[in-house]
Design a protein around this ligand. Structure first.
Ligand code: ADP
Ligand code: MG
Length: 352
């Protein structure tokens, strides 16, 4: 390991709230992730500093900048998934780091910004012949549907992640349901809705690590919907993803490595690598796909700087590839460090 010091930065936006069976539950995954990354780095013998960007300290951005200035001696582990409660500011933090000449892990601002916009991501993937579900962006409830879109459809906020706005009502079967849901998304999230063909097939996540010639896809993970209750759509809704106390969480078990023939595994990994490179991802990312009719693999989204906590998909896939958690964290630091190394010019991934 060539690095000695690591500054971990993250957005401290307080708790997310979720109401389950009439009870409000506090969800806080970020601080757990920070602790896990911090102890992994320490176990590797690195000196760490943890720097929060607090939603309450919006007027103290200068202090945050002072902390990141002079980062040439340290590398920054960027765990900012947004800033001041806004996920759209995720790219601004990466841009700020670039402006101040800091070396940091993960993707650059353009990739982070594009990936947050599911419609633009799909346009880019489509232009590179990577299959993705048919879709349409709606700024208002539609009067009619374009011919290529057939029910059932899924309605999501255009620029969110972490399954925000996705519950069983997101899958619609009629024009009436569609109009209502599009209206709900626009009013709740203050942004357009993306309406996609609903793929009723197997779902896989494929983690990708590294850059340039050293990039590799890890073993695919499958979300097992076998025990999911009948009568509601088999999707990784917000509750299934985050609310550990919910029955849906317990019924969306990730299986990694996925039980698939080698040919499907190879195909999933090849598509994930192409999607990663097409979006200009750096260091680590996760690609979510579903397998549609006739075995067509369709990319739902690309997640640069995905959830890196101990119990998330990336760490699980790394483990299946023989990398324990500290080894995964070490690899991310090392691969980021190499991008900035003058000995390896051209390693910085760019969006072409
Ligand atoms: N076109 C689709 N067909 C079937 N299921 C989908 C589709 N799009 C999303 N989903 C379901 O919703 C979940 C969240 O959607 P995704 O596009 O990955 O957004 P997020 O950024 O919120 O993770 C997926 O993991 C999947 O279970
Ligand atoms: Mg997803």
């Amino acid at each position: 390991m060539r690095e000695r010091k690591v500054k971990i930065i993250y957005n401290d936006d307080g708790h997310d709230k979720y109401v389950l069976n009439g009870r409000e539950i506090k969800l806080d995954t970020t601080s757990a992730t920070v602790k896990q990354v911090n102890s992994a780095l320490k176990s590797l013998g690195l000196a760490t500093t943890v720097i929060p960007l607090r939603a309450a300290d919006k007027d103290k951005l200068d202090d945050f900048i002072k902390e990141i200035e002079g980062s040439e001696v340290s590398i920054i582990f960027n765990l900012c998934e947004g800033a001041f409660g806004k996920s759209s500011f995720e790219m601004h933090i990466a841009a700020l780091l670039e402006l101040y000449g800091a070396r940091f892990t993960g993707s650059g601002p353009l990739t982070l910004g594009l990936a947050l916009n599911k419609g633009l991501t799909k346009d880019i993937l489509y232009s590179r012949d990577i299959m993705t579900p048919e879709y349409c962006v709606m700024k208002e409830p539609p009067a009619k549907l374009k011919r290529t879109l057939k029910f059932p459809l899924i309605v999501k906020p255009l620029r969110e992640d972490a399954s925000l706005g996705i519950d069983s009502g997101a899958v619609v079967k009629t024009m009436k349901e569609l109009k209502k849901r599009v209206e709900f998304v626009i009013n709740t999230f203050n942004q357009p809705a993306i309406v996609e063909e609903y793929i009723d097939g197997r779902e896989f996540n494929i983690a990708v690590l590294g850059n340039g010639k050293d990039v590799k896809a890890l073993p695919p993970s499958e979300i097992d919907f076998q025990d999911f209750p009948e009568g509601i759509p088999k999707i990784c809704c917000y509750e299934a993803k985050w609310v550990t106390a919910s029955p849906l969480y317990k019924k969306t078990v990730p299986i990694c490595p996925a039980n698939v023939p080698d040919s499907l595994r190879d195909e999933l990994q090849a598509i994930a690598l192409r999607a990663y490179e097409t979006m200009g991802c750096r260091d680590y990312a996760r690609v979510d796909v579903r397998v549609g009719e006739e075995g067509n693999i369709k990319v739902l989204e690309v997640n640069p700087n995905p959830d890196i906590s101990l119990d998330a998909g990336l760490a699980r896939a790394a483990k299946a590839a023989g990398l324990d958690y500290p080894a995964l964290i070490a690899e991310i630091v090392e691969t980021a460090s190499q991008r900035y190394s003058p000995a390896d010019p051209g390693m910085e991934a760019v969006l072409i």
